[in-house]
Design a protein around this ligand. Structure first.
Ligand SMILES: Nc1ncnc2c1ncn2[C@@H]1O[C@H](COP(=O)(O)OP(=O)(O)OP(=O)(O)O)[C@@H](O)[C@H]1O
Ligand SMILES: [Mg+2]
Length: 448
């Protein structure tokens, strides 16, 4: 196998060109021998992985002009110039203008091989750094879309950066409001596909219409089809098709979808023509698709095709660390939307947010933040207060216990979960604090 990177060897003299390119090739490099500088330019582009070795003196475009043209395309592509004997002045000028190195005639084959190795290594390094920077930029931009510092969110953002440029199908599993659609959009937006992101919710479309929605139809193919209509798959050509709630897709449509994935063509309903489509499919499911397969509600072949790469989004209650940050983000958005100031978030309220189960996950948190900004009693508070009221009404002991629990939680919150400081503030020994926390099932980690 050839070593990574390509060598363009340019010389108008055939003998020289063939001799040197052969010796470089023998060392395991991928070499292209070229007669003119103009032809060489056709091979390169920004981020092209290779180096150029060129004679300086050539008819039409000489090596110096080539150097300046290459610099305009990508000034980090190493260009090595071969100068005539005693032409040291020209060589120095070339170096000033950004040439990687120069070789004087008569060319020493060992020197050429050494330069090829060094310059290709340098080129690889430059390209690796560029890739890394793009990945880091994407990660930074994604932190604005997918907020959260929990390990789960960090891993999700990293997976999106890794998967976005690939054309693989991705299955996103997660309960309602966990961020399946934002994840799908990020996979598209941080990827390289230039077409549209087309979303379709299989659960919201009647089974009788879904095939026509997906595949489109020819005029007259059924009673209400007066005009030819392009389906969503065709519309997503060159882009991404997001099939939400794929678990609700009728079995017949599943067979048709699998065919699209295998053959990469579609036929409109009532039509004969096979239309090539280039789509990337991203599917989302709220339920366990494997179970749906066992229940014969989902086709096994389609399931295996989709689950090659899957992302599992965890419920918000399992990553409560993200709650304060997300809540702040949503209150800020709501304050802009409703032109209202953000009310102060009391430690007690924050703690209620941390305790809540969030069955509607991030969407529920977002709605709660809107209610908070609008000055309405937040639903999560009501629920926890209801629970407290029920408990309080039963006995004085429970009332006191509730009060004590709240004091401890407040103190832990204020002291970021530090046991020693919390115990000091409450004026009790550390051991007593531990015992009380155990009694009230207060988890220290959510305050850290
Ligand atoms: N990590 C996150 N950071 C910021 N906003 C988020 C995050 N995850 C989700 N959201 C926001 O929460 C809301 C719900 O997310 P989304 O619509 O992607 O969820 P979903 O899993 O598709 O929900 P459903 O299953 O109900 O369709 C959206 O407004 C989305 O922008
Ligand atoms: Mg959704």
């Amino acid at each position: 196998m050839a070593k990574p990177g390509r060598v363009l060897f340019i010389d108008d003299e055939e003998e020289v060109r063939l001799a040197y390119s052969d010796s470089i090739r023998l060392e395991g490099y991928d070499v292209v021998a070229i007669e003119s500088a103009a032809e060489a330019l056709e091979h390169i582009s920004q981020n092209w992985n290779g180096i150029i070795i060129s004679d300086i003196k050539m008819p039409l475009m000489d090596g110096m002009e080539l150097l300046s043209k290459v610099n305009k395309i990508d000034n980090k592509i190493p260009v090595i110039l071969i100068t005539g004997h005693g032409d040291i002045e020209l060589a120095v000028t070339a170096m000033h203008q950004g040439a990687y190195d120069f070789i004087t005639k008569p060319v020493d084959p060992l020197q050429i091989l050494d330069i090829v190795r060094r310059s290709l290594e340098k080129r690889n390094l430059v390209l690796e750094n560029r890739d890394l920077r793009i990945a880091l930029d994407s990660l930074g931009a994604m932190e604005q879309k997918l907020i959260g510092k929990s390990p789960e969110m960090q891993a999700l953002r990293q997976s999106i950066v890794d998967l976005a440029p690939l054309n693989v199908e991705v299955l996103i599993n997660g309960a309602t409001g966990t961020g399946k659609e934002v994840t799908a959009r990020c996979l598209h937006n941080f990827g390289v596909r230039t077409g549209r992101f087309v979303a379709i919710n299989c659960g919201a479309i009647p089974a009788s219409v879904i095939e026509s929605e997906l595949f489109g139809h020819e005029a007259g193919s059924f009673t209400s089809a007066q005009k030819t209509r392009t389906g969503k798959i065709e519309y997503a050509d060159g882009g991404t098709l997001f099939l939400d709630e794929i678990e609700s897709m009728p079995l017949q449509a599943q067979i048709m979808l699998l065919r699209v994935l295998e053959e990469r063509t579609i036929t409109r309903l009532g039509g004969n023509e096979e239309i090539p489509v280039d789509i990337r499919l991203i599917a989302a499911s709220k339920t366990d698709l494997k179970q749906a397969v066992a229940d014969k509600l989902f086709r096994e072949d389609l399931y295996y095709r989709l689950q090659v790469v899957s992302l599992d989004l965890s419920p918000l209650k399992h990553r409560s660390k993200d709650i304060p940050m997300l809540f702040q983000h949503f209150t800020k958005l709501a304050s802009l939307k409703y032109r209202r100031p953000v009310p102060e978030l009391s430690p007690y309220f924050l703690q209620i947010l941390l305790q809540h189960d969030w069955p509607g996950n991030i969407r529920e948190l977002r709605n709660e933040a809107e209610r908070f900004v609008l000055g309405q009693v937040p639903a999560a508070t009501e629920q926890v207060q209801d629970q407290n009221d029920q408990k309080c009404s039963s006995s004085l002991n429970e009332l006191l216990a509730n009060y004590e629990k709240k004091l401890i939680q407040d103190a832990l919150l204020q002291n970021s979960g530090k046991i020693e400081h919390t115990a000091d503030e409450l004026g009790i020994p550390r051991k007593t604090l531990y015992l009380r926390m155990q009694k009230y099932n207060i988890k220290r980690k959510i305050y850290l």
